[in-house]
Design a protein around this ligand. Structure first.
Ligand code: LMR
Length: 394
């Protein structure tokens, strides 16, 4: 039986992680996987998370199972963080999942159960695991235009035109903030126009929000998802705590599904718990518990928000420094878009050959589509990257 299995197609992000690890050069620069790094290239445990972990070590007396959908306290704090007061609590079904990816996967399974003929519309480009999971779950898929390559801003006209071709009941996958891989985001007015289109065409929004707090701040980054929550009869949300709490390996995510009334919510809630049971039974709890403690304790929460803000503003400084360095070297504003983008990622616009040359000759690692993790830079490596960009002729 097992001899029938072939090598799966490699995930380009995971593949690059392996290549970087295997590179013995000391001066190598990792701009690949979306993990935050400080100026020393380290991914620290956030202060408030470490403190919560210490408190938990003393306070926790059992490791017995939580609920199938995870802990209700975790649901409540996360619903508050993501949705604010845009909906009432009895409209929201929630389930803890292993990371944001777990939430994406379970959301797509729920969509498949509820509406097997729906087409899921994804932005072109998007995070490569989106189409991979949609295909694996067996749903139809279509793409909408997203990026204007000339301006590196959202091709909003193209996006709206493509989504106008969707049929009622189709699902539109949107990035809540910090679009991965482009870094180009919808303005508030554009979110409103998207919501109007969804309403007019009877489309179902599915928001993947993996970087809340990394773009324009915790509240501003939630504008789009909250606007959809207020205006759409149904909304599916996959959220991750990996980045904004820095708890990547704890696999802490949340799937939310918003309905019109408490009766519907009850049925959806039971389905989310059932999907958890079928896939892995009880979801992981450690990271979720830390998040709950941090968000419920005013001092820990204030410290977490302050540290998150340092991370966010640090990335903005790196963006500006890189844009300045490239402006100087190229005597043009061609790369100014890097300072305008938000979140961890921007696509540089290099060809796959140029990306390979940067890796082979300059030991700078970025994804083949020239997506760079800005947080992988520091003030010492920015000139190296800028020189390499010019040297390979981007
Ligand atoms: C990324 O896009 O690099 C992150 O979301 C990490 C991942 O799992 O791909």
């Amino acid at each position: 039986m097992l001899e029938k299995l072939e090598q799966p197609a490699p995930d380009k992000i995971i593949q690059l992680m392996g290549m970087f690890k295997a590179d013995a050069r000391e001066n190598k620069v990792d701009l690949g996987v979306g993990v935050y790094k400080n100026a020393e290239g380290h991914t620290p445990i956030m202060r408030a998370v470490k403190e919560a972990e210490q408190q938990l070590w003393h306070a926790e007396t059992t490791k017995v199972y939580t609920g199938l959908a995870g802990d209700a306290g975790f649901h409540d704090v996360m619903i508050d963080l993501i949705l604010g007061n845009s909906v009432t609590r009895d409209q929201v079904a929630a389930a803890a999942t292993p990371g944001g990816t777990g939430a994406v996967r379970n959301a797509l399974e729920m969509i498949k159960m509820a509406s097997p003929d729906a087409t899921v519309w994804i932005s072109n480009p998007t995070w490569p695991n989106h189409p991979a999971i949609i295909k694996y779950v067996g749903l139809n898929m279509a793409e909408y235009r997203y990026i204007d390559l000339a301006t590196r801003t959202v091709d909003f006209g193209g996006m709206m035109e493509d989504l106008s071709g969707a049929k009622p009941g189709d699902v539109v996958l949107l990035h809540g903030c910090c679009h991965n891989p482009t870094g180009a985001n919808l303005s508030h007015a554009q979110w409103q126009e998207v919501a109007d289109l969804l309403t007019a065409k009877g489309l179902i929004p599915f928001v993947d929000i993996a970087y809340q707090g990394f773009g324009d701040g915790l509240e501003a980054d939630a504008f789009g998802v909250r606007h959809l929550a207020k205006t759409q009869p149904n909304l599916v949300i996959a959220a991750s705590c990996s980045k904004n709490f820095g708890i990547y390996r704890e696999r802490t995510g949340l799937l939310l599904a918003i309905s019109q009334n408490a009766k519907q919510t009850g049925a959806v809630q039971a389905n989310l718990a059932a999907i958890n049971r079928l896939n892995y039974s009880f979801p992981p709890d450690h990271g979720a518990r830390l998040v709950t403690m941090v968000l419920n304790d005013p001092a820990l929460r204030a410290d977490w928000e302050a540290e998150l803000e340092e991370v966010r503003s640090g990335m903005l400084t790196l963006r500006q420094s890189l844009a300045d360095a490239l402006r100087k070297r190229t005597n043009s504003d061609r790369f100014d878009f890097l300072a305008e983008h938000r979140g961890m990622f921007s696509r540089l616009g290099a060809t796959p050959e140029q990306v390979a040359e940067m890796r082979e000759t300059h030991a700078i690692y970025m994804i083949g589509d020239s997506r760079m993790n800005i947080a992988g830079l520091n003030q010492a490596t920015i000139p190296l990257l800028a020189d390499a960009i010019v040297a390979v002729g981007v």
